[in-house]
Structures are given as C-alpha cells and as structure tokens.
Design a protein around this ligand. Sequence first.
Ligand code: HEM
Length: 342
Amino acid sequence: MISSQRGNVFLSCRFSAKVDSMTHDNNLMENSQAGLFAMGTSSHIYLEFALVPNANPAKLVKAAANLEMPRSTVSGSNMVIGIRPSIWALLAPNQTPPQTLDFSEPIIGPDGFTIPATQRDLWIWIASGSPGQAFDAAVAAIDALAPHSVLAEEIVAWSYHENRDLIGFIDGTANPSLLEAPQVTLIPSGSPGAYGSILLFQKWRHDLKSFKRLSVDAQEAVIGRTKQYSEEFEEELLPPDSHVARTTLVDGHGIERPIFRRNTAYGSPTENGTVFVGFSMEQSRLHTMLERMSGIPDGTRDALTFYSTPMSGSYYYIPSADALRKFVDRPDSPSIQWTVVE
Ligand code: HEM
C-alpha cells in the first residue's frame, strides 16, 4: 500500500492539529504548469490516453508537450499534462519522486466497498472560458496524440453554480489559499521531481435522488459542513463518518496535511457526478484519504460513499513546466539528460 510504504502516520482530528509552518519558495509557482493554479474557467474537458501496443512512450509525451493551446489576453484555454508514474520513471529516472506508484490495484474496504483502479498512460486537463474553446482544444489534442495512443476516457465538465458540487454543497472551502497552494501541491526544490505534483484523478457518479431524499440536517452530517455557507461543525458535533472527518489528515506530529482540489461537475440531468481532481506534493496523502473513505484503517466508511460511487482511479505525475519543456521540439534550456526510449 502506498501509505505504508511511505511510513507516514495519519490521524484524523483536525481540531488539535497544528498548521504546517510552510517554508515559502517563491520559485515553486513559476516553475509549475501554470494551469494547476489558474482559476475562473468554467468549461473543462479531461482526456485519458492509453498507449497503443508497441508505441514509444517518449513519443506520446513529446506529442503532448508540443501541443499548443489558443491564447489571447481575454480568452483561451489552459492545459495541464500528467504522465503515468511508471512511464515518467522510465523517461526521467532522476526527475521522479521516489515511490510514486501507478493506481494498479483497487482499494477494497472491509465491507467490500471498492475504488476501482483504472490507470491510464497520459492525462490532459483543458480548462477554458467557454465550452466551444474547450471542445476545439480537446479535438486538436486527440488528433495530435492519435499516432501513439487511443483515447480511453473523455469527460466534459463544468462549474456548477460557481463553486458548488451537484449535491449542492460548496466544494473547495478547506482548500489552501492560492498563496499556500503551491507549497501543498508542488514537490519542493532540491527533491527529485521538484516543482512537479501528484494527481489523483477520479470520476464519482452520484445518486442524487437518494441524497436529496435526506433532510438538509442529514446531508450536512454526511459532508460535515453546513450546506448553504459551508461552515465547519464544532469538534464534538462532527460525525466520525462524515466526509470531512474521513479526509482531514493530521500526521504523527500533529500537523495537518492538506491537498489542493480542483473538482468539477459532469454529466446529464439523470447521470452525473463529480470529477475529483486532487493534487498533492505527496502521493501518500491522496491514497490515505481514499483508504480512510473506504473504512480501511478502522472500519468507518465515509458516509458520502453511500451516495456517490467511484467509477475510476488513476494517479499521474504532473511534471514541472521545465521538465515538460525538455520534450518540446526546441526546448529553451536542455539542462536535464533524458533517457529517451527509442
Ligand atoms: C463524490 C466525490 C466528492 C465530493 C462530492 C466531495 C465533496 C466535498 C465537499 C462538499 C467538501 C466540504 C467543503 C470543502 O472543504 O471543500 C469536501 C471536503 C474535502 N474533500 Fe471531498 N468530495 C469528494 C471526493 C473526495 C475525495 C476522493 C477526496 C480525497 C481523496 C476528497 C478530499 C477532501 C478533502 C481533503 C476535503 C477537506 C477536508 C477538511 O475540511 O480538511 N474528497 N469534499
């Protein structure tokens, strides 16, 4: 298991937790892929690609790195690229965070609740100001990658009432602020894989009818925050199986270990859910959250999982802009030696 391999200890009481006194590295954000922190776009398309048999993974990454997104001062699309961890380790062994693993096995809770493993080889997130822009950018990306890969998953998503999930709750309240997000999200300078990040990407399908049959009080108990204003519960009132209780991580030194989420809504009026897009500087945080949601450590399953079903699960390494630029046809500064598999 990813968390035990890292040897981290996670508890869940945030009320006695200390906030990490993060050392601020001003270079973090400028070296990352810019789209990670770009806000204000309401149209999203997520693409997952699988290598075709005998394809060269370096050529797939190169094709993705050479994609250009349309831009002007008032419109355009952001793009973020993620690579399957085991492929990145092959292409750039010295630039890979240690023990970053593929999502190769399902997570199965004590009652059989299962989070499926659906790892693919390359991930692209396109975020645009309008559905048309996102559509054009996605079609161009699929065409450019077609010689090396097949499209395994495409999800068209959008912002629902600015920042609410389809279940009606504000999503992202406990996210770190944009000033803190790079320290939470990006691997620090000097470490292998610096300025990159680890992504957990999942599609969760909601059972909105069942959730809406609950009273608002019961819905709030499922999430662990109030519905209208996303206010925190008092410590003694927070249900231990609430989503907030299951996903708040505090390490063995009493320090909170957050992640940075960029979730969106997908689907039609009758089939819909959440696209979970969670970034962290440590894979173990993401994996431990999934284990805790499944009830693995203590038998307590996240109440939200009775109303929403995980349809997929993949991890991707998000290289820094500089690391990705090495795959561009004419990179600015080829300072890293790449092991290119021909
Ligand atoms: C059906 C899918 C999901 C939905 C609808 C959902 C929704 C929410 C909502 C409404 C909140 C409370 C407001 C906020 O702070 O954002 C929240 C908090 C949170 N969620 Fe989720 N979430 C989902 C899946 C996940 C998954 C898969 C993870 C982690 C692997 C996760 C991690 C978190 C974290 C870390 C928090 C903040 C907890 C804290 O207060 O410290 N969520 N989520």
